[in-house]
Design a protein around this ligand. Structure first.
Ligand code: GRF
Length: 202
């Protein structure tokens, strides 16, 4: 049984896609052992609770330093004892300590075809604003392993999505979520659970 901790910050539609895929059997032999958010108001926490998944919330503002927050986050992850960590819209840069402790076992979903529109400052709608500003005809989503860079870890899978005339950042974001993100992330977790993708520490 693959144990996954899912880290979230916002609406949780990627978490929902994972929960739905668990429900309908598209993800095998996997348990979400904890959903951890860095934002108390993240709707992702409601989605997890509705599904009976244990949740935890740690907000940076409740700690006297980033270091103490990161230490508490590592503790919360370790308490859940996951095999993998899934970043599903998690808007906090993981500490090197966490990344080293879970090397090769952290995956992230990014809403562009890396190496385009990624790295520092490229998150959420900003990714799609940049894609539209550049005038690309195709964008998409990428699932990659997390290393100590920003969106620089080994790419696991990608899916292209057409950019249409008249797209706004919001419209493009929604299409990429629907047509790419919500398919790629559950599929990657299932590939890991079924041994089609190897993870670190094996
Ligand atoms: C998604 O677009 C994801 O690619 C990005 O942040 C957004 C999170 O959305 N990392 P949600 O919280 O999963 O709805």
């Amino acid at each position: 049984m693959l144990k996954a901790a899912v880290l979230v910050s916002g609406g949780g539609t990627n978490l929902q896609a994972i929960l739905d895929a668990l429900e309908d059997g598209r993800i095998h032999d996997t348990e979400i052992v904890r959903v951890i958010s860095n934002k108390k108001d993240a709707y992702a926490l409601e989605r997890a609770a509705k599904h009976g998944v244990a949740t935890e919330c740690l907000e940076l503002k409740d700690f006297d330093s980033r270091e103490s927050f990161d230490e508490a986050l590592l503790g919360a992850i370790e308490a859940a004892d996951p095999d993998i960590i899934v970043l599903a819209g998690f808007m906090h840069v993981l500490s090197s300590e966490i990344i080293r402790a879970y090397a090769g076992r952290i995956i992230n979903i990014h809403p562009s075809l890396i190496p385009s529109f990624c790295g520092k400052g490229y998150y959420g709608l900003k990714v799609h604003e940049a894609a539209l500003k550049r005038g690309v005809k195709v964008s998409g989503a990428t699932v990659h392993f997390v290393d100590e860079g920003t969106d620089t870890g080994p790419i696991i899978c990608q899916k292209a999505v057409e950019v249409l005339p008249g797209d706004t950042p919001e419209i493009l974001q929604k299409r990429i979520m629907e047509q790419a993100e919500w398919e790629l992330l559950p599929r990657t977790i299932d590939d890991i659970a079924c041994g089609r993708i190897r993870i670190g520490k094996e």
